[in-house]
Design a binder for this molecule. Sequence first.
Ligand code: NDP
Length: 484
Amino acid sequence: MGPDKYLKNYIDGALVPAVSGDYLDNVNPATGKVYSYLPDSDNRDVERAVEAAERAFPEWSGSDVRKRFRILTRIADIIEQNLDVFARAESVDSGKPYSMARSVDIPRSQANFRFFATAIIHYASESHHVAGETINFTLRQPLGVVGCISPWNLPLYLFSWKIAPALAAGNCVVAKPSELTPMTAYMLSKACIEAGLPKGVLNIVHGLGGKAGQAIVDSPKVKAISFTGGTNTGKKIAATAAPAFKKLSLELGGKNPNIIFADCNFDQMMVETLRSSFSNNGQICLCGSRIYIERPIYEKFRDEFVKRTQFLKIGDPFASVTDLGALVSKAHLDKVRSYISLAEVEGGTVLCGGTEVEMQGEYEQGFFIRPAVIEGLPISCRTNQEEIFGPVVTIAPFDTEEEAIAMANGTQYGLAATVWTREISKANRVAEKLQSGIVWINCWMERDLRTPFGGMKSSGMGREGGLEALRFFTEPKNVCIKYG
Ligand code: NDP
């Protein structure tokens, strides 16, 4: 089940190299060194995967849902039984702390399989009855071959979040993980083989987004694309998929606001705001990166928040004291650094962080940076408008509820927002006005898998999660029966 040095594609039930025979380097972000190699796949590999999925579709889509339940549950069991191996692999591949991979990423990955395995058993469609005349019922059928493309920040967590509902609903899948974090997707291939998933039902093709990913989107036989990643990539995918009338679910970028009212539970808010700012080094699409604080508590917040940010331990992903590991790549580290310089050019004051961490020994070349808190920037500047996706937050005071809402809504994004107040009517009022797919009140990242998940505006299109995902991966057909 463990990681290997040379990863393989999973096509038609077998682990195979890319047709080209070429490999890409896979870097451990904490050491900065290549530690394994992944297939550099192209349209030929994708074509094979799509053909295998097409062949597998009639039997898988026609199978009893209890069979799908059993196999998906077995995959969940295998991930759970190998929690430690998966968590270690995820940490090495992505640079995140092992403790996080073990407590968040991998438990959630197995939960995704378990949740949708169970959901398909209980899934029911609607019927509409006109007394004595007709009964209409909605037949929900799987789409066929679907494409699932996921990013590097929560590798197996987001990969399985797409694959599990697609398979549960009876589709066959061609999937691509990010080229930066392919290892646990490769290990999932082995878990699927061990679980007895019929060949061709799930195919995992590794490689570059512009090559292997684009080939999945281009394939005329792929009926739907479920994509999580950056907004620009989402635009490109939509431009290809829309004229072919493919179903599209796009989970894209964010620039999430936290609104903190003076009447909040300060201690609880402080703990959670630190978490919502810097968990996984801010590399979670749901992290808050613009923090708006009601003026009476602005200075108290700023001083305490900066102090606690400076206490965070950055370094060895396997040390139990580590809060933040490495950023995912050198390119991403450079991007984050460039935004810190930009913030200064735009007139911001960096209150803490933003500097590289001097590491020694095996981590000397790793991609580590201290989390940064910046103040003094207007909402309109690029630092406050563009997604940085790193351990960087800006803070600013507000005076009125209306001002806070305007600031929160003042970007092209609309993924998630957090509101801190003890006044429930204020919380509800603000939640109604926020242009955001998710609003958390007095908490952050509380995830119930039954709820709709997704963004507004440039943060995406469609919703995943719970029944929304099963609806996305099925075609509704109305059947009308007339009384005799
Ligand atoms: P990218 O958009 O660069 O990549 C996402 C995936 O798409 C990767 O597997 C990538 O492959 C692939 N890809 C790239 N180009 C194409 C293409 N032309 N056709 C098909 N596939 C392609 O995003 P990142 O991996 O950098 O992830 C970070 C982004 O993801 C952030 O913007 C973040 O906000 C967003 N995100 C959104 C979430 C949400 O739920 N809304 C959740 C998590 C992250 P490769 O990496 O190999 O190039």
